[in-house]
Design a protein around this ligand. Structure first.
Ligand SMILES: N[C@@H](CCC(=O)N[C@@H](CS)C(=O)NCC(=O)O)C(=O)O
Length: 215
């Protein structure tokens, strides 16, 4: 299997993280948004939604959307829970991530730290910051009920993976994670799991880096 990704994408990180946790080896083709690779005809041909990640299966089938790819890769592993209720709760938190969590936190990091094309005082940035805090406060309150993981208490699921990257990288957008002790402990639990893969392989100190070193 091959992942088509970009180096700093949190959505792509989710896929590499799960693959690493479950021991699936992914070949990697790394594109560059800055260079305009995602606008090329070649990329659009394999990714009609014009977004990474894309997973290419060994038979040539293509999958888009990080959540759908996580679902596919987690089949038959403990990362996709077995009971319908736990599956539904996992999906609920994955929808929360896309709608309320990533929607503000990804552009906040993108524009303040990576592109540096919006000032923190810009009303759009202020709005993303507020909405990002709202989402993190929900996550904090959920974890404060004593649970170890987001959607099932017994073991981490793909909901934990979906919520991990943009939470981990949120300080790049000016978020003070010190306000969220439960969230910080949950991040540390994920990072302590066997197979944990940082944003830049083998270099966890670069999780908040703005580097684009290749591709
Ligand atoms: N809902 C999608 C979002 C994917 C997405 O927004 N990917 C970004 C990189 S993190 C992208 O491809 N951006 C392309 C662009 O900005 O042109 C998912 O979860 O996979």
């Amino acid at each position: 299997m091959r992942i088509i990704d970009t180096q700093r994408s949190g959505n792509c990180w989710k896929v590499r993280l799960l693959a690493s946790f479950v021991g699936i080896e992914l070949r990697r083709t790394t594109l560059s948004i800055d260079r305009g690779d995602l606008q090329s005809a070649g990329f659009t041909a394999i990714a009609p939604m014009k977004r990474v990640p894309v997973l290419e299966l060994d038979d040539g089938s293509l999958l888009s959307e990080s959540g759908a790819i996580l679902f596919y890769l987690a089949q038959g592993t403990p990362w996709w829970p077995q009971t319908p209720i736990a599956q539904a709760q996992t999906l609920a938190w994955m929808h929360f991530e896309q709608e309320q969590h990533m929607r503000p936190l990804a552009p906040l990091r993108l524009h303040l730290a990576l592109r540096k094309d919006i000032a923190p005082t810009d009303p759009r940035a202020r709005n993303w910051l507020q909405e990002g805090h709202d989402a993190l406060a929900i996550l904090e309150a959920h974890l404060a009920t004593g649970r170890q993981w987001v959607s099932t208490d017994a073991a981490p699921s793909i909901a934990d993976i979906a919520l991990y990257p943009y939470t981990r990288m949120s300080p790049m957008g000016g978020v003070d994670l010190g306000r969220y002790p439960q969230v910080q402990q949950w991040l540390a639990r994920i990072e302590g799991l066997p197979g944990y893969e940082p944003l830049f392989p083998g270099q966890p100190h670069l999780n908040l880096s703005t580097l684009e070193t290749s591709g």
